[in-house]
Design a protein around this ligand. Structure first.
Ligand code: CA
Length: 499
């Protein structure tokens, strides 16, 4: 646990801020606390942002955040699935501590970072996807989708009632409502605003203007689309999240052309999946551009920390898969872009290892508020100068519980270090180990290799050290111990229409 005082943080930033455009130490110490605009999408893999990888799509507005701020390359979800990652972001805690290991409801009595930001004097607001079962707490204003929400004619509700936005697309509605909040917020205090998109979550339905463009495109295939899973454990062979076998007609929106079989059929499915997925991303990129324009128009850009992330990554045909859940890189990795002209040099790249539990401590540190000991993450503010403190974390712990679950993804836990990854599929007691330096695509499981045994032993020791340090006592390993109330329970019909 590391806490950092506001004074210490600002001094650190100033010391690392040699850039001409950044404030001097004197100005920093008297500077107003920054606004925070946290933008999160759902299931957006980093390799579908051109600032990370330009092969699939160009995202000029997202790239602007990287060009004018900091691009983080190693930010990881601790449980790569929607509801648990959202709970970790709000609480700064792992799933086994915050009580949200699967699709279960967040205890509404739980004190989250929203309460603490409000207590610190911030105006707090949340628009869009919540998906934590209970109503949001600690926000001065919120308007959210019930459960997952829908793409077209979306319903959103507040504590006063619900409203159906007929004829509109979810991404456009969330953008507009956020801009309205940016305009109507109280101007006498800083704001902490969360804009949380439904897109690009399955069933990948872009706005028609983006769908029309992307249906004409041919998307490059990933190198591992036809991964044969050699050397891997049973988990990859038994999953039901493959492009070849598990995409439904609802996913691809039309019948597979007659006569297509084998790899040609898989290739067609991949194209249909990715055309719509990337169409959704184009909508997100447009949304980010509009809110950045609004910050410019209000003269807020200089001292507003804008963060863009997603609740986890996603397989874009990588290893022949869609969806997330597995600890492999494409799913584990979260995009994370942070722009703050007053405190961060433009074009910074940060390779330090971060996790979703770090977000809440980061918000609090930016607000000059204390990070409570109950939070298991640490503030990322010491990284904003672009350097890495010598005592920064060099490994992270991961655990996925949802088994039995939607895609028959075997439950597992593991450790990722700067050079290796060790995954334990505990139900069958099977292991996978990867040398990420030599094998970044994670195709060769070296767990049984004689030459790898010193590395495997060290990784096992690190895995169980982290597990113990984080207090993971296996309390949710058995599905009978999962909390019972679902995060899908919110019935919009029970809400009166908004006046
Ligand atoms: Ca998600």
């Amino acid at each position: 646990m590391r806490t950092i005082s506001r004074r210490g943080f600002l001094a650190g930033i100033a010391a690392g801020a040699a850039c001409g455009g950044c404030a001097t130490a004197g100005r920093m110490s008297s500077a107003r606390r920054p606004n925070i605009l946290f933008i999160m999408s759902d299931d957006h893999a980093a390799h579908a942002i051109s600032a990370y990888d330009g092969r699939l799509i160009q995202t000029p507005h997202l790239d602007r955040l990287a060009k004018e701020g900091c691009l983080f390359t190693h930010v990881f979800a601790t449980n790569a699935i929607c509801t648990p990652s959202r709970a970790s972001i709000l609480t700064g805690q792992y799933s086994h501590v915050n009580g949200v290991p699967v699709f279960n409801k967040l205890d509404p009595a739980k004190i989250t970072v929203a309460h603490r930001m409000r207590q610190a004097g911030y105006y707090t607001a949340l628009i869009g996807k919540w998906h934590l079962g209970s109503d949001p707490q600690g926000f001065d204003h919120w308007e959210i989708f019930p459960g997952q929400g829908v793409y077209f004619d979306p319903v959103l509700y507040t504590d006063e009632g619900s409203k159906k936005y007929v004829g509109e697309h979810a991404t456009d509605v969330v953008t507009r409502l956020t801009i309205e909040q940016l305009r109507s917020r109280p101007k006498d205090k800083p704001f902490f605003m969360m804009m949380q998109h439904k897109a690009p979550h399955r069933p990948w339905q872009p706005a028609l203007r983006h769908q029309a463009v992307w249906r004409q495109k041919t998307i490059p295939e990933p190198a591992t689309l036809f991964d044969d899973y050699a050397t891997r454990t049973d988990a990859l062979r038994e999953q039901k999240q493959s492009v070849a076998h598990d995409l439904t007609r609802q996913d691809v929106k039309e019948d597979v052309p007659a006569g297509l079989a084998g790899r040609d059929r898989t290739r067609w499915l991949y194209q249909r999946y990715m055309q719509d997925y990337l169409g959704c991303i184009q909508g997100i990129d447009e949304s980010v551009g509009l809110v950045l324009d609004e910050l410019d128009a209000q003269g807020l850009a200089e001292n507003t920390v804008v963060i863009y992330t997603s609740d986890q990554g996603f397989f874009l045909g990588d290893h022949g898969l869609y969806d997330k859940r597995f600890m492999y890189e494409e799913s584990l990795k979260m995009p994370f872009l942070l722009r703050w002209p007053r405190g961060v040099r433009a074009g910074t790249r940060q390779e330090a290892m971060a996790i979703n539990c770090d977000f809440a401590p980061t918000f609090l540190a930016l607000a000059g508020a204390e990070v409570p000991a109950e939070m298991q993450g640490v503030s990322l503010t010491p990284l904003l100068g672009g350097t890495i403190p010598s005592d920064w974390r060099k490994s992270m712990y991961y655990r996925y519980y949802h088994d039995p679950g939607d895609h028959n993804t075997a439950r597992h836990y593991g450790v990722r270090t700067e050079t290796h990854k060790l995954i334990f599929f505990d139900k069958k007691e099977q292991w996978e180990c990867y040398d990420l330096g030599k094998d970044p695509e994670e195709l060769r499981n070296i767990y049984g290799d004689p030459a790898a045994q010193p590395a495997v032993a060290a990784l096992k020791a690190e895995l169980f050290r982290l597990k113990k340090q984080l207090g993971d006592d296996d309390r949710y390993a058995d599905p009978r111990e999962w909390p019972k109330e679902s995060s899908y329970v919110k019935p919009p019909a029970a809400r009166a229409p908004k006046p």
